[in-house]
Design a protein around this ligand. Sequence first.
Ligand code: DLL
Length: 432
Amino acid sequence: MIWAREETLARQEIEEIQFTRLKATLKRIYDKVPSYRKKMDQAGVICDDIKSLDDLHKLPFTVKQDMRDNYPYGMFTVPRRELVRIHASSGTTGKPTVVGYTRNDMAIWTECVSRIACMGGASEDDVAQISFGYGMFTGALGLHYGLENIGASVIPVSSGNTQKQIMYMQDFGTTLLVATPSYALHIGEVAKDMGIDPAKDLNVKIGLFGGEGMTEPMRDEMHRLWGSDMKATQNYGMSELIGPGVSGECLELCGMHINEDHFIPEIINPDTGEVLPPGEKGELVISCITKEALPLIRYRTGDISRLFYEPCKCGRTTVRMENLSGRSDDMLIIRGVNVFPSQIEEVLLKIDEIGPHYEIVVDRVNYLDTMEIKVELADESLLDSYAMLGELENRIKFNLRTVLGLDAVIKLVAPRSLRRFEGKARRVTDLR
Ligand code: DLL
């Protein structure tokens, strides 16, 4: 089901809406946010210079550092008392990034997530278990409001307490799971430990996954565990932009539809800032054109993707963004080779004998980069055969070298011996 008419507009119509909303938002930010006004003045651009969407590139970027410099409320265009919700995303260093919502922003957020839930096959018939951590993370409450809005019965279980999650699934008849892909896999394996086959004994038919990427082999793994008939889609968002609700996959699985009447996407060359044509890969930049409290313009997400404008078979006309290759700051440079952890994951998960859990440790020894990958065996019995282990290790090394041009030390470890995550997985340790 398509939730809103705005998802099916003709391109000209959508662009007209975008332009009108962009102009209004820009004026608002120029008037209310001193740091952005300063940036525009320094760039020598005034609101009236933006005469069409093609002029968007004239505007300065907003970056995470702007949020830090204006901590906590300096980027807001409304007084604090107009905020009805505050969230924050914790970075690895320093203060968190603070985001806020007016009452109207909450309505927009709910609308955007409702669309994404419908894209993934959700409806009022669903019992939706939200296994994202409730709290400052936008994921849980974002999906919560959206799913409630479409009429699903929401169970706000939060993350953790995995055995109890499974009990709720059985007793409450959960049909839809919201989680990070890594936690969804973990819930499935704990169910198996309890003697419950998620594919046969549970009724979870829809997975709305997000907050981190799901590569295609990871999706296959999801189907193996939760059943081949599970609709396993992913959706994308970011606290600074709104939280979840920026884009989501429909059941055609050909990229994530962006809610274009609320967000204008661009892809840029991350080194030069130049805007790249449709279909080219680069950094995703998003302008929020309807938000009241924190409408960031040309925000550099750091996420790597590309855009496809061809209408989708599902009937939506909104632009699709390719599932992310990763974040520009996750990219590892190992002996000069650029590699995203997601590329390593793609190679690993195509090998049948190993499970979907791995850890990458990058270090520098005697001025040379080294990479060690710990990979879990899918089946304990493999541990008994040295010959098999040796062959498997060589095959993994060979595949990595062929696809990525990189040598790695492979450590095969027993099933269930690596760390599990209840939220976003952290699979890379860079010791350099
Ligand atoms: O993760 C918002 C969200 C929650 C989206 C739940 C979808 C579902 P942050 O915590 O601010 O917000 O983290 C944003 O997470 O820049 C991406 O790098 C990554 N990310 C989010 N969704 C995906 C996805 C939420 N589907 C950062 N694929 C983003 C890959 C994702 N990465």
